[in-house]
Structure formats: C-alpha cells, structure tokens
Design a protein around this ligand. Structure first.
Ligand SMILES: *Cc1c(COP(=O)(O)O)cnc(C)c1O
Length: 387
C-alpha cells in the first residue's frame, strides 16, 4: 500500500513488458545492435529489417503504406516537422490551429508567426472543448496552407471531429495535420478513410518507450515537408540521424499490441474511469470538464470547486495525477485548455486530470476514489473553519 496509485497515463505510461522484451533484443552484441544504415554487412541488414518491420506495424495501425511513416524523436518533433516543414516547403502562408493544442503545436506556430514566416489564426473551442468545423471553414483564406487540429486533447480527452475538418480542408486544397499523440491505438484512425495529410504519433502514451515517435506523411496526393534536421538524408530526406533501432522496435510492438486489443482494452479502461467518476460525483460541487463531448476512454478531468488543485495534489498522497498536463503543471497558471473552454479561472485552478490505463485495477480505482474524497472533504472543512 506504500506506492501511490498511478493515474497519470496521459502524461506517460510504463512500457509493457512484452515491449521491453522486444527492445532488449536490439541492444547488445548478441542482439540486432548494428546501424540500420550500414549496407555492407549482415549486422546492418538485420537492423534495417527490424526497423522496416516496425514501420509496417505502425503503418498498419493507421492503414497507411509503410513508406508514409517517418521516424522522429516523439510527437513534439513530429509536430515541428509537420508545421515548420509545410511552411518552409510552401515558402510561408496562413495556418489555422486552436487554442487547446498541445504546446508542441502552439509553440512552432507561434515561432513561425514571430519570425514573420507565417500568419496564424487561433480558434477558440466551443464550451464542450471541441473545435467547430464551421469555425475552421470561416477562418480559411486564399493563402491558408495548413490546418492543424489535434485528434484528442491531452488534458480533457475531448475528441475533435477530424473527419469533418479534414473534409473541409480537402475541399479547399489545404493540408490537414492532426496531432494524434493521445489517440493513436485508442481510437480508429484510418488514413484511407480520413482526409488527413499529416499525423503526429508517439509511443510513450501507449506502453512504448519515451523518445520515439513518427510523422505520417501522405503519398497520394504527394505531401512534401522540408526537413528540419539535416545530416545524411535518412528517412527519404525528411529526417536525418541514425535510427534508434530498439526505440523503433518498441514503438512498433507497442502500437501493434494496443491496436490488437483496442476495443476490449478501451472498454475496460472506460469502465474503470466511469467507476472513478461514479465515486467522485458523489461529492458536492464537482464538475466534469468536457462532459458534453466525446472523450478518450481513460481521461477524467474534474474541477473540485473551492479547493486549490495544487493543495489537493499534496493532500491526496496516495494518488499520482497532474493538474493540467504534465508539461505545464510546473507553472502556477491555470490550464490554458480549460480557460479556452470557458472554465472560470477559480475552477480551472481546482481541476485535476485523472487518467486510467492498462495496468489500473478496480482496487486502484477504489483506493484512489477514497483518498480523493477524504482529501477534498478535509480541505473544504478546513476552509470553512477558517472563514
Ligand atoms: C505527449 C503529447 C505530445 C508530445 O509528445 P512527445 O512524444 O512527448 O514529444 C504532443 N501532443 C500531445 C497531444 C501529447 O499528448
């Protein structure tokens, strides 16, 4: 009982033991350790084969062609490659994105804007957290070259209608990028059906290792992105650098595992998440952020009115969660995602993101629910006594 219950799967997940087993076969002298770009010996060929098997595994999850997958160091780099790569390739232009994107989309867009390389329209979500396709349509201009709208939000789990947004982009000849770091392997994402041109992926939200990701780049019609990392022309000139065989093998294995059990696993996780909400919603004055929208199975973003989120995190010592996202939880600003959705500052400050995953049990949920309930009740009682 000493270890806290881990309910921060949206920040990162432990690596699945089956993935670890595959990865360690690609590290030492007994394993497939060679440089996949070494064409002159068997060691290199074997490493290249491992990389290409993983590329097919990742492609299969998206129903893509393996040649459409470009390895990166994670979704942050994939987003940078997609956004800066398109703008550089096109020699500038207008980007449409949203205020609720991950920093890995907001910051490259902001950087391009400040450098005078692109102009950017930042869309506000509806109160349910979703981007209205009609707002994308209204923001389209003559010079719009790229729309970047995430598939599912990392803080709330809210899922955007990327089919509708992508269809609009197609109609207007504008490229559509979506950040699917949270959703890949969890939601259906078929690039033969969906009008998406660029999709950012990562392994570590899905029981794979940190430090590996990929960008899907459509081949028909041929989408071009200018390389952002130069040095040897790996990955069909889109991303140089020696490929990290063990990381890549880990990502392929992790996504194949997730996709293979997707419906069962997501149903089980949703059941646990709903069990947690069932317990927490018994408390007075709690709000489920993004409640009105379709959401990922594992996310539960809850505002506890009158309770400071940071104090709550300290008080619930048996549960490991974040306020907002892991990337911004070091700042004392309330979540910009919740603010954009119109959640009042005070309630945004009182909000906590719980996220459930593969290794969460019913006993974990019950223990966490009890700990949270006790902490909220105690903090509210203390506030009342002070008043
Ligand atoms: C985690 C995350 C990222 C960043 O991915 P890394 O692989 O850690 O660089 C980007 N976008 C979203 C939506 C995320 O959840």
């Amino acid at each position: 009982m000493s270890q806290a219950v881990y309910l921060d799967y949206a920040a990162t997940t432990p690596v699945d033991p089956r993935v670890v087993a595959a990865m360690v076969r690609h590290l030492d002298a007994e394993g497939t350790f060679a440089n996949p770009a070494s064409r002159s010996h068997m060691y290199g060929w074997l490493a290249e084969e491992a990389v290409e098997t993983a590329r097919r595994q990742v492609a299969e999850v998206l129903n893509a062609d393996a040649r459409e997958i470009v390895w990166t160091s994670g979704a942050t780099e994939a987003n940078n490659l997609a956004i800066k790569g398109v703008i550089e390739q096109r020699g500038g232009g207008h980007i449409i994105t949203s205020e609720t994107e991950h920093k890995a989309v907001l910051d490259p867009c902001g950087w391009l804007e400040r450098q005078g390389l692109a102009s950017v329209t930042w869309l506000k979500p509806a109160v349910d957290g979703r981007i209205d396709p009609a707002d994308v349509s209204a923001a389209l201009r003559e010079d719009t070259v790229l729309v970047s709208i995430m598939h599912a939000n990392n803080e709330t789990g809210v899922i955007n209608d990327i089919a509708a947004i992508g269809a609009l982009c197609r109609e207007h000849g504008v490229l559509f990028h979506t950040d699917a770091a949270q959703s890949v392997g969890k939601l259906p994402l078929d690039v033969r059906e969906l009008p998406v041109d660029l999709v950012s992926l990562c392994a570590h939200k899905n029981y794979g290792p940190k430090g590996i990701g990929a960008l899907y780049v459509r081949r028909h019609p041929d989408v071009r992105v200018a390389s952002q990392i130069h040095g040897g022309g790996h990955e069909r000139n889109m991303r140089s650098g020696t490929l990290a065989t063990h990381q890549i093998v880990g990502m392929g294995e992790a996504l194949a595992l997730a996709a293979g059990q997707r419906d069962d696993e997501q149903a089980r996780i949703a059941g646990l998440r709903d069990r947690l909400w069932g317990a927490l919603s018994g408390l007075p004055d709690v709000q489920l952020n993004g409640a009105a929208a379709p959401r990922l199975a594992g996310h539960l973003n809850v505002g506890f009115a009158g309770v400071d989120g940071e104090m709550l995190l300290t008080a619930m010592s048996e549960v490991a969660v974040s306020t907002g996202s892991a990337c911004t939880s070091a700042s004392l600003e309330p979540s910009y995602v919740l603010k954009a959705m119109g959640v009042a500052d005070a309630l945004a400050h009182s909000s906590v993101r719980f996220s459930v995953g593969r290794f969460t049990t019913e006993a974990d949920i019950d223990r966490a629910a009890q700990n949270v309930t006790d902490a909220v009740t105690r903090l509210r009682a203390a506030l009342k006594n002070r008043a």
